[in-house]
Design a protein around this ligand. Sequence first.
Ligand code: 3H9
Length: 713
Amino acid sequence: MSTINASVALTRHDSIAVITIDSPPVNALSHGVREGLVQAVAQAGQDSTVRAILIACAGTTFIAGADITEFGKPPKDPRISAVIAAIEDCPKPIIAAMHGTVLGGGLELALGCHYRVAAPATRLGLPEVNLGIIPGAGGTQRLPRVVGVERAIELITTASQLSAKQALEAGLVDALIDGDLVQGALQFARRVVDENKALLRVRDRDEHLVTARGNPALFEKARAAVARKSRGLTAPLAAIDAIEAAVNLPFEQGLQRERELVTAQVSSDQSKALRYFFFAERESAKIPGIQTGDVAKVQQAAVIGAGTMGGGIAMSLANAGVAVTLIDLNPEALERGLGIIRKNYENTARRGGMTESDVSARMALIRPSTKLADVSSAEVIVEAVFENTELKKSVFTEIDRHARADAILGTNTSTLDIDEIASATARPESVIGLHFFSPANVMKLLEVVRTGRTSESVVARAMALGRQMRKVPVLVGTCDGFVGNRILRARSKQAEQIIMQGGFPEQVDRVLQDFGFPMGVFAMGDMAGLDIGWRIRKERGLKSIVADKLCEMGRLGQKAGAGYFRYDPANPEGARAPIVDPIVNELILQASRDQNIERRDMDDVLIRERLLYPMINEAAKILEEGVALRAGDIDVIWIYGYGWPRHRGGPMHYADSIGLAKIRDRLREFERDHGDAFKPAALLERLADEGGTFAGHRTGALQATAAATAVAA
Ligand code: 3H9
């Protein structure tokens, strides 16, 4: 064994040299790995006793791509493309022995090898568009030469992955290796040498390109499809340009075109936002001072309430292999809830997402019950009954009587005071908010709400449960609406004011969709049902002039065929597509007149700023109060829970990218014109003065934790 450097080693097995990359956590192509690889390839290539070379990786995966932490920094030689050129030009056959996730630069490097073998569980892909870039180390030039142009366009523009078996069928992998990967790859290498097989260089292959050459329609069709699906993302379109270059230009010129395109993409705002988000998401899993890693998996849970939320939560648990007791005191509601769960699973099976036996297995994990005492064996209990404090308190008192001493007592409330709910038990340290989003079996976000008294181990276990359910758990503190809904309210309030002051629902919604949201505020309200907000407003003695009027007219949203918009089953755009309704616009004009509000024209920029800047201001207050740990957590919540476009990085990153002084100044103008509600948050004022960013601001600990410390002191 010879150590090339800290990340790369070179060993010999008879006449085969094995280059092993060992650079945790994911063997990314950092500068050290690149240097080590070039040296190792040169050393093995020059050794006359070496007849073939394997490249393999230690740890859980083959190379998962370029080192993303190096993006945006001055590039250091050797670049990835130079490493790949050294491999491809080597006079001895080089074989990639792959396992784990072979992604981005990792797959590009494998495509530079002369042969590729893989363990059966390997997954392969070029996910660069998720980071706002394109494969920039020859991937757009080599992949179409192997799998064909249309397949390459699909794989690269959608960032989809192939299983090892699919890769074998597509010709991307030459053999699958059962058992020990390196031993199997060595045998493969010996065969290559013994049979004197040719050095296969992907760059020299042309057969797939000729069929696409002279067929510009293929690319136009792909561009139109991508533009439709990727809503404003530039990377997938740049990827098509690069693949077109692969088809029409000689290899070296194609590489040059790819380089130009990737260079432009790396410095784009979209890529900066997407890279920021990649790390923000991973950071959100880490809680300062709390070990969230080594927590035993949950085996048994109970969900109380078999309504829409409770059913979705039970499905999320069953999907993670957890046995769930689904409890509802009302046998009919329980029956109905179970029926809906079964129907949901059967629909998934019909669409090919699971097998019939999967449906039976999941249903077998969900045991119905009408007795609260049946929470007794659960490690985690999630209460999802109607939003009413007294009801929830009585349920928690009962849970407290029957639950295991070490059980997590979770509540799915989205609006109520969790401290008060916890006070109904003798163990408030076990109580935590588990705020799922609807539909709970689909939505990835889970707000984990820590009160001032929740214990650290319950926090750690709740975060781990979130990950066990393959959700994105984000820890937040307590306040009205927690993080997500509190910011949502700031936006809804603006939307209501804007339509009274000059805008119309269709314009507000279009502005949000142009920004990248999948749906506007008003269409979203129609989809959820306007009666939900109506009921809450009535309970809290609040009013919303236009929304209340629509509800009084029976226009409760999509389910009633009309709300802010009209819905028509015969609409060629789809039964759920909103249709502008002049009746609503007339009602809005009348409401403005009744309130003596002088309407004025509002352009799209003004509407966007009026909608988004108060959200950012509210988020700043959340940070300053310590209800969120970091700006990134707020961004993760808004991207996963509320459809904020990823390529804009979330509200906090968006604010940083615009400049906090600009946002503060604009809010001051709104404050002057429309009143105190726009007053910039103290944190925003301070960071704007200092030239700081939200990303650079750390609260250190949640306000709830700080409060707990104060009590303890
Ligand atoms: C590319 O290749 C460009 C090329 O075309 C060349 C252009 C010129 N770099 O996700 P996890 C860290 S672009 C640096 O929690 P998992 C991650 O931050 C790249 N760090 O684990 C985390 O750190 P920490 C194309 C990376 O098991 C730790 O590894 N490739 C990178 O759930 C564990 O990550 C991709 O986009 C990286 N490339 O999932 C693949 N990747 O522990 C991106 C990960 O400090 N990566 N880290 O928080 C992934 O999809 C997942 O990380 C992977 C593992 C599936 C590999």
